[in-house]
Design a protein around this ligand. Structure first.
Ligand SMILES: *[C@@H]1O[C@H](CO)[C@@H](O)[C@H](O)[C@H]1NC(C)=O
Ligand SMILES: *[C@@H]1O[C@H](CO)[C@@H](O)[C@H](O)[C@H]1NC(C)=O
Length: 451
């Protein structure tokens, strides 16, 4: 072997080792996911394309979401209409006309927006919709609730390919702003003449993932209230003990509220009710004290103090009793206290009944829903009240029966969490479940308009 060859070999071995070293982190991270073919077109790739549209707050790209969903709906041959109750906040309405337009229609709802994500806390970028080799699709919105948005369309695509013809008309509404309260989205939609004309008889909206192998279904939401209580009192030297300082008045209230909170939590801990079936009270801020350059003035008792609470009321709670409790016990004027309640949505329907959808024989849609789930080979767990809040409350207020349902079993609950994901197999199975639901609900011919 010549000197040249020896040098060459040493050089190439070094180069090889160097490349190996350099490529190691690259190949390691690449082995975790499969690159999707850019030109591949499948239900999963369409789901990924929708997930890549950034509709996270505070700056959701509704225009791109509407354009994408509309082109999908048109490709399937469905009618589309864009409603814009507030400028820059479009709502896409997709329609598959049934044979009998005189029958009340079926409405499937999904919100286009999502909560923000902190990319540094994610293993994959939250808007890349990376699919790992074990089939997990990571993206903000993958569970909440972009999955159902695409599943509705894919189920209808499959039903049309099988020449299924619905009797009742089916609508899909893609609404903005659910994650920030829905006042410019679903709330305006239900009040519109366009909504009235849909003559909705039954609606489905988002639900939540189920870690087990039974599908979860939700018949009510809790109603969120923001409560701020404020105490006033005479200021005084920090060394003096006297009655009725602002802090003392506030702390008396906090003690009373803590006892109430414990009474509710005890019921949950004893297993007598689910977390979502009691009134939750959680302190979220305390604001008091006189600021100083080093923190707070310590030898002075402040003349004002306030605290904020997040309250959630199940539909079975009595809102008037709660308002009385706040006025008389939690922030009474006799303790120099004032309060402010911000009720974020209705707790009674327009006739004064609790805002909940019946899941028994009094609601004929319930039997159709249940049968369709079992026809798809699924099992349902006991109907629940959702601990959080969705757009469904606006439709329930109009006395439209609404079930919250997202077909995700064997899936950890990751809505609003880091590393939100959905498995491709769970997503695909969900499409089959919706095929069963949409065909059953749209074929249901009993006249239930008297409900
Ligand atoms: C309420 O405020 C007034 C005026 O500052 C004060 O005289 C009174 O003692 C306070 N009462 C209570 C219960 O804090
Ligand atoms: C259905 O449930 C509601 C509420 O629990 C109850 O008032 C009603 O009597 C039930 N109806 C039937 C037919 O079971």
């Amino acid at each position: 072997m010549s000197n040249f060859h020896l040098h060459y070999r040493l050089f190439s071995v070094t180069l090889y080792l160097l490349l190996l070293l350099l490529s190691f982190p690259l190949s390691f991270s690449q082995s975790q996911y499969v690159d999707d073919e850019p030109d591949q077109d499948s239900p999963v790739s369409r789901f990924q394309r929708y997930l890549r549209i950034k509709t996270a707050h505070p700056d959701p790209d509704y225009a791109s979401a509407v354009a994408f969903l509309r082109s999908q709906a048109q490709e399937i041959g469905l009618h589309t209409q864009i409603l814009e109750f507030v400028t820059g906040k479009p709502l896409l309405l997709v329609t598959w006309y049934g044979l009998d337009p005189s029958l009340p229609s079926i409405l499937l709802n999904s919100h286009m927006d999502s909560v923000p994500a902190e990319p540094s806390k994610w293993v994959h970028p939250p808007f890349s919709a990376v699919r790992t080799s074990d089939g997990k699709i990571f993206a903000r919105g993958s569970q909440d609730d972009k999955c159902i948005a695409i599943q509705y369309l894919e189920a209808i695509r499959n039903l049309r390919n099988r020449d299924f013809v619905p009797v009742r008309t089916i609508h899909i509404s893609y609404v903005p702003d659910e994650e920030i309260g829905g006042s410019d989205g679903a709330a305006k939609f239900v009040q519109s003449k366009e909504f009235k004309e849909l003559n909705v008889g039954f609606m489905m909206d988002e639900g939540q993932a189920s870690p087990g192998d039974e599908f979860r279904v939700f018949y009510a939401d809790r109603s969120p209230w923001s409560l701020i209580i404020k105490a006033k009192g005479s200021p005084g030297h920090g060394s003096r003990m006297y009655d009725n300082s602002a802090m003392e008045n506030l702390m008396k209230s906090v003690e009373i509220m803590t006892r109430f909170r414990e009474s509710q939590f005890e019921i949950v801990k004893a297993g007598e009710a689910a977390n979502s079936e009691v009134i939750s009270v959680n302190p979220v801020f305390v604001n008091a004290g006189t600021p100083s350059p080093t923190g707070f003035v310590m030898n002075m008792q402040p003349s004002e103090a306030e605290a904020g609470f997040d309250l959630r009321l199940p539909p079975t709670a009595d809102p008037d009793a709660m308002r009385r409790r706040i006025a008389e016990e939690w922030a009474p004027a006799r303790r120099n206290m004032t309060y402010q309640i911000l009720e974020k949505g209705p707790i009674r329907d327009y006739l004064g009944s609790p805002l909940m959808t019946m899941t028994n024989a009094s609601n004929p849609w319930w039997a159709v829903f249940k049968a369709a789930i079992s026809d798809a080979g699924g099992k349902l767990s006991k109907p629940e009240i959702l601990a959080t809040t969705t757009d469904a409350r606006f439709m329930r207020q109009m006395r439209i029966p609404v079930l919250g349902f997202s077909p995700m079993i064997n899936t950890p609950i990751l809505l609003h969490d880091h590393n939100e994901f959905l498995s491709d197999s769970v997503f695909i199975r969900g499409i089959k479940v919706y095929e069963s639901l949409i065909s059953a609900l749209s074929s249901f011919q009993e006249d239930v308009s008297s409900q």
